[in-house]
Design a protein around this ligand. Structure first.
Ligand SMILES: Nc1ncnc2c1ncn2[C@@H]1O[C@H](COP(=O)(O)OP(=O)(O)OP(=O)(O)O)[C@@H](O)[C@H]1O
Ligand SMILES: [Mg+2]
Length: 460
């Protein structure tokens, strides 16, 4: 009897702790990592660092001086030397540490062993990045951060920079319009493209930027943001009127820059500018971000008359993509496919869109349209995105690399609220005034009065 009582006394709490840990691991991986996973992985890393590096082939032969010193002071066997390790810095999602590479090693050697390191130290993934020549940073991620996305509290935003999604290495993916002026976002239906746009709109809304929308789905995706939009076109006819106005605005801005350049021959070099950013703040026009959702709708035509209109629109989009950056006009284009089959000008426009994000696609050809020129592995990664994870995408970055990203969930009403609260920031752009969308005034929430006359049945 006493044995049973002891078993219950000891086994009960152990089972409760084990059950609690398993529950936390499945449902609150961040909490589990901070309390259990992180400390265990740190101990594993500290205790096995040298042997794991040796097993991964990341050690080098010891220097002659070291051999002599070891032989003189101890009787230990002289072992190969692993890269020198910096301090381990824990984060809410993993661990970070820097390694100083030994002569003859390169970052790719460490990156090639990332999978082995992850198994050795019991973490979800290991990423390697170069800090400076000879120093790499290992980012150990404790759990799948893309399962339930939570953006890091400290994300570096800024003017024309929107932390729009989380990368698989737990770093924010920042859409920086000044570094990558134009972007193409592809994905099958229900893959999360509009969610991505939603984040961009709500991230840019509090900034001094004009937001212009072309949403050929009759405005269902962008109309909720009407209060913050400077212009909105909800079908190809309206887009055909709006795009020439944007091109004209771009040309006017070039004239402004040219006028500034030509002030006087004695103008100092640093005051001569070739884009709006060199203009003094008081003269600088406000940047414009043009969102195009379902771009293919602009290319499709039913009649011969439509064809002319289509060709004009495509040419105007290409011109905006080609020349817009210096005039502070940026394109954010979304679509399900964007290939040569859309007709004249499609591939030319695509080539102008530097940034690429590819959500789940239905076939490899679609992924190739977005990522084919970045890396073949990126195409395969995009094809492997499961349908049950909307918002997951593969993003090509400016360095030619790529990474998996996922947007956090943001409801349409929350994004619309941000736009409503920032409606007073809509910049004054006279050219776009005729395209300003209608914003319905919200009805005051008064209780409906009852009927003046009480209804009575007609006949008894
Ligand atoms: N990051 C995310 N996390 C959770 N749910 C998401 C995420 N992104 C999108 N979703 C959900 O997936 C569904 C489809 O998203 P969205 O409307 O953005 O897709 P889409 O690619 O624009 O589709 P379509 O081409 O039909 O317009 C929505 O119900 C949305 O709530
Ligand atoms: Mg959509």
């Amino acid at each position: 009897m006493s044995d049973l009582a002891t078993l219950l006394e000891v086994g009960g709490p152990v089972a409760a702790i084990g059950g609690g840990a398993a529950y936390a691991r499945a449902n609150h991986p961040g909490l589990y990592w901070s309390a259990v996973g992180g400390p265990i992985s740190t101990v594993r890393l500290l205790s096995s660092y040298a042997s794991v590096m040796e097993a991964c082939g990341l050690t080098v032969a010891p220097s002659r001086l070291r051999v002599l010193a070891v032989k003189a002071t101890t009787r230990r066997e002289v072992r190969p030397v692993p890269p020198r390790r910096g301090i381990i810095r824990p984060t809410s999602t993993g661990l970070r540490l820097r390694l100083r590479l030994a002569p003859g090693q390169e970052p790719a050697d460490v990156a090639a062993s990332a999978e082995r390191l992850r198994h050795a130290w019991g973490v979800h993934a290991v990423y390697v990045s170069t800090v400076k020549p000879g120093v790499v940073e290992l980012r150990l991620v404790g759990f799948d951060v893309l399962r339930k996305v939570r953006m890091p509290r400290k994300t570096e935003g800024g003017f024309l920079k929107v932390p729009v999604a989380l990368r698989e290495d737990a770093m924010p993916f920042v859409r920086d319009y000044r570094a990558v002026p134009h972007q193409l976002t592809l994905g099958a239906t229900l893959s999360g493209k509009s969610m991505y746009l939603r984040h961009l709109v709500s991230g840019l809304a509090p900034q001094d930027v004009a937001l212009v929308g072309v949403d050929c789905k009759r405005g269902v995706e962008l109309a909720p943001f009407a209060s913050r939009l400077s212009a909105l076109a909800t079908d190809p006819d309206e887009a055909a009127e709006l795009l020439p106005v944007l091109v004209k605005e771009m040309e006017d801005r070039y004239d402004l820059i040219k006028a500034r350049q030509g002030i006087a021959p004695s103008t100092p070099n640093e005051e001569i500018t070739s884009d709006i950013w060199g203009l003094p703040g008081s003269e600088r026009p406000v940047p414009v971000v043009l969102f195009v959702d379902e771009v293919a709708e602009l290319f499709l035509t039913a009649t011969r008359k439509d064809e002319e209109r289509r060709d004009e629109m495509v040419t105007q989009l290409i011109r905006l993509a080609q020349l817009g950056r210096a005039a502070g006009i940026y394109l954010e284009v979304c679509g399900q496919r964007f290939g040569a089959e859309l007709g004249k000008g499609a591939t030319m426009l695509r080539a102008q869109l530097t940034g690429r994000v590819c959500h789940r696609v239905n076939d490899e050809a679609s992924a190739k349209m977005a990522l084919g020129d970045i890396a073949p592995e990126a195409v395969l990664a995009a094809c492997a995105i499961p349908a049950e994870r909307p918002g997951l995408a593969v993003a090509g970055d400016t360095s030619g690399g790529w990474s998996r990203i996922r947007t956090p969930y943001l409801s349409l009403s929350d994004a619309a609220d941000v736009c409503r609260e920032t409606a007073h920031l809509v910049p004054d752009l006279p050219a776009l005034k005729p395209f300003r969308p209608y914003v319905p005034v919200p009805l005051p929430s008064v209780e409906r009065p009852g009927p003046a006359v009480q209804p009575r049945p007609l006949a008894d």
